[in-house]
Design a protein around this ligand. Structure first.
Ligand code: FES
Length: 314
């Protein structure tokens, strides 16, 4: 569901990061969200970008997002940095969450890189409200590229800030993971190299304790090459042919089937669709290993079919 919000304020919080506070236009409150949630912002040129909500999930009167100005190719962030001003309006989707805080009592280890600190800051506010133990490791390029340093400083030794520009303070994810108790849950949000290091460091940990959120598809990933397949819509019984040069999502949309989508890279989870029969060829970075193995879900923007016919719950 799309809604319009007013830009209440814009703050230059770091050299390349602006914080946008968004308030409701109609009424006093916005749809509730959980820590780790994000919103999609609709921008001119049919651009849609996902940004994590970084404020306290208990707040209903506003959403706060942090936007890193990414160059080159940062059409969405450039627009927000250059054109979105206080008093203006934006169209957003209601919050969705692919990066839930799991309800456990053990320690929570948060590892954030760059703008990846934003969902973790929302989690910290929630964990504080619940009285749960946590530690944060925040890596960023330099002090000029860091946000939230003042509020984080209040937490003393629970927060470690690491600067890429200062070799002695570089983040050692292996070392961090190694010394945590077995009951710890690990959350990581950051750029691709950090996530790869995190995945390596946590490979031997039960995967239900490992949580990460990607900004984009893994770099260097080979494009999906797959033979044509047939999709059957389970509810109507309609058959649709998916040629080799189109995604299942393309074909669904061309045929007027309503499916949500956002990143088109298998990262955001918006296009998740139930599978009733057949075996998907998973090419996304969203589903967990166990979800893939179950063959009950597919990301139709990028995944294909290993079976001649895939029956979707549509
Ligand atoms: S549109 Fe984002 S995972 Fe498919």
């Amino acid at each position: 569901m799309m809604l319009r919000v007013r830009v209440e304020s814009v703050i230059q919080a770091a050299r390349t990061i602006k914080l946008f506070e968004l308030r409701p236009i109609d009424g006093d409150s916005l749809p509730a969200f959980d820590a780790g949630a994000h919103i999609d912002v609709h921008l001119p040129g049919d651009i849609r970008r996902s940004y994590s909500l970084m404020n306290d999930p208990a707040e209903r009167h506003r959403y706060v997002i942090g936007v890193n100005r990414s160059e080159p190719g940062g059409g969405g962030s450039r627009y927000l940095h250059d054109e979105a001003k206080a008093g203006g309006e934006l169209a957003i989707d209601v919050p969705r969450n692919n990066f839930h805080l799991v309800d456990t009592t053990g320690p929570v280890v948060l590892i954030g890189g760059g703008i990846g600190i934003t969902p973790l800051w929302s989690m910290i506010q929630r964990l504080d409200a619940l009285g749960r133990p946590w530690r944060l490791f925040y890596a960023t390029r330099s002090p000029e590229h860091a946000i939230l340093l003042d509020p984080l400083a209040r937490y003393g030794e629970r927060v470690s800030v690491h600067y890429d520009s200062i070799a002695a303070t570089k983040l050692d994810i292996d070392g961090i993971v190694r010394v945590q108790p077995g009951s710890a849950h690990f959350y990581c949000c950051g750029p691709a190299p950090m996530l790869e290091a995190f995945e390596r460091a946590t490979a031997s940990i039960p995967q239900e304790c490992v949580h990460l959120e990607r900004f984009a598809a893994q770099p260097g990933k080979a494009p999906v090459v797959s033979p044509a397949c047939t999709v059957r819509l389970g509810r109507s019984g309609r058959f649709l042919e998916v040629p080799a040069d189109k995604s299942i999502l393309d074909v669904l949309l061309e045929n007027g089937v309503e499916v949500g989508y956002s990143c088109m890279q298998g990262v955001c989870g918006t296009c998740e669709t139930g599978v009733l029969e057949g075996i998907p060829a998973h090419h996304d970075d969203y589903l967990s290993r166990s979800e893939r193995a179950s063959n009950r879900k597919i990301m139709v923007c990028c995944s294909r079919s290993l079976s001649p016919c895939l029956v979707l719950d549509l």
